[in-house]
Design a protein around this ligand. Structure first.
Ligand SMILES: [Zn+2]
Length: 237
């Protein structure tokens, strides 16, 4: 393949984050941009790094399992096992653990909807934390009473949005600064740099569970049903 397919980065450029323009992409041929010991950066990437509470992707670079993906300003540093043998400019295949990412995307968007509905119906309510793992998502609130009292209404409203299978818009609000948002009909745009589904219907069945995590604090745990992972995007060649 001609090397002109990969614009070489100048010293000021950061990795091109293809997980935003196509979050359903699972394979990529690119080049190593820099190497520092066991850490590498890439010219382009499909592997998300922990941010906004969404866990890092699992995957491999040049056949080496990614042990950690870490945001460093706008750069993403991937830690591989020592002695990976990669050097700057080396062509590498990047492979994403797609079933795990897809679950993260379903749980992430389920949490997005529950959070927006909580703001809408319980406001003023303050979010004090959030985390999206591959088995469940959680949102923590400052809230003085048992939040489970609101679950029937919250769950019904969230499931209605899922069942309506609304298209989800994900785009830049400021491309140079890598600021992103998502939007569905009837909601204001919500700033978020995570990876988002194309449609709300992909979330499936939502379940909510309450955890009391201390005085004046309430946690909503969100799970989604088991379902087969759909095919990823047709891969660019
Ligand atoms: Zn998001």
């Amino acid at each position: 393949m001609p090397s002109t397919r990969w614009p070489m980065r100048s010293g000021t450029e950061v990795t091109r984050k293809l997980f935003w323009q196509d979050p359903y992409r699972t394979q990529l041929e690119t080049r190593v941009a820099s190497v520092e010991g066991d850490q590498v950066t890439l010219a382009e990437t499909i592997l998300y790094a922990l941010s906004g509470g969404q866990e890092s992707d699992h995957g491999s670079i040049g056949g080496h399992p990614v042990r950690e993906a870490r945001k460093d300003g706008r750069e993403i540093r991937y830690r591989l096992d020592p002695n990976h043998g990669l050097g700057p400019g080396d062509p590498v295949a990047v492979v994403l653990d797609w079933p795990r990412r897809y679950r993260l995307m379903r749980l992430h968007f389920a949490a997005e909807i529950v959070l927006e509905l909580a703001y809408r119906s319980l406001g003023p309510i303050r979010k004090i934390g959030a985390h999206i793992a591959a088995d469940k998502a959680r949102i923590d609130f400052e809230w003085g009473e048992n939040i489970a009292a609101h679950f029937p209404a919250l769950k019904q409203a969230a499931q209605a949005i899922v069942d309506a299978d609304r298209p989800i818009t994900s785009a830049y609000s400021d491309e140079a600064a890598e600021r992103r948002y998502w939007q569905i009909s009837d909601f204001d745009p919500v700033p978020c740099g995570g990876t988002h589904l194309h449609r709300t219907g992909e979330i499936g069945r939502i379940e909510l569970k309450r955890k009391n995590i201390g005085k004046g604090k309430e946690r909503i745990e969100i799970t989604v049903d088991e379902r087969p992972t759909p095919p990823a995007s047709p891969q660019a060649v």
